[in-house]
Ligand binder design. Structure first.
Ligand SMILES: Cc1cc2nc3c(=O)[nH]c(=O)nc-3n(C[C@H](O)[C@H](O)[C@H](O)COP(=O)(O)O)c2cc1C
Length: 212
């Protein structure tokens, strides 16, 4: 219960600590950007990005940076880059090669998907749902966890001045085939990540200067 008594009137909140609080500073910079430099992300950046997305952050049963209902961890992250398609194994901090073909163009209907150096694909695995529950509930669980994962990626991208966009605009049937997924796996969203274009970088610097 809040100790602020409104007496039935509206309440003006105090200003958020957007200049001093580390998380608020990053959230202030969170945004969608759809222009990408073709430059590949470094292995360290990819590792950091995936840890932020859904890495193992506690020893208890491999718990993750993103929540999942019952801790069933039913969302897998696939990575499509110029080398091929990989599955993120959070427990081993490794990438399992699934296909050695560049599938980036299949991960989205917008042109930039093919150009972004990295596209993450968020896949719901129904085999990890350990109880019989309605499909709408399964989809609700999957969407909620995917939202948390994508926001983690947005926050890491904001902290490193990377471009990112989460995307629903996907030919799911075609991508499902290309990724050779099982029938009980379902593609929910994709997310492109890369370095910002030079123009966007200059715009961001100008925006920061104007905000101060
Ligand atoms: C579920 C979801 C689906 C989205 N799908 C697309 C998409 O297919 N293509 C796209 O360019 N942006 C997509 N976006 C990004 C939104 O357009 C963007 O978040 C919105 O315009 C707000 O901008 P902001 O993220 O900078 O605040 C999607 C966002 C969400 C949350």
């Amino acid at each position: 219960m809040s100790n602020i008594k409104s007496g039935g009137a509206d309440i003006q909140l105090t200003a958020p600590d957007i200049h001093t609080n580390r998380i608020l500073k990053i959230l202030r910079a969170r945004q969608t950007t759809r222009v990408f430099s073709p430059r590949a992300l470094s292995p360290k950046t990819v590792s950091n990005l995936l840890y932020a997305a859904n890495g193992v952050n506690r020893s208890r049963e491999g718990s993750r940076t993103a929540p999942s209902a019952h801790n069933w961890r039913y969302i897998d992250i696939y990575l499509a880059d110029a080398r091929g398609l990989f599955l993120y194994d959070a427990q081993n901090n490794s990438l399992k090669m699934i296909r050695n073909t560049d599938l980036r163009a299949h991960t989205g209907l917008q042109d930039y998907a093919a150009q972004a150096p990295l596209n993450l694909v968020y896949v719901l695995d129904r085999a990890r749902i350990m109880e019989t529950i309605p499909d709408t509930t399964i989809l609700l669980f999957g969407a909620a966890t995917t939202g948390a994962i994508s926001q983690n990626v947005y926050m890491y991208a904001a902290s490193e001045h990377l471009s990112t966009v989460v995307r629903a605009d996907i030919d799911r049937e075609k991508l499902h085939k290309e990724m050779k997924l099982r029938d009980d796996q379902e593609i929910l969203l994709a997310q492109s990540v890369g370095h910002t274009s030079t123009v966007d970088r200059i715009k961001n610097i100008a925006k920061k200067i104007l905000q101060h």
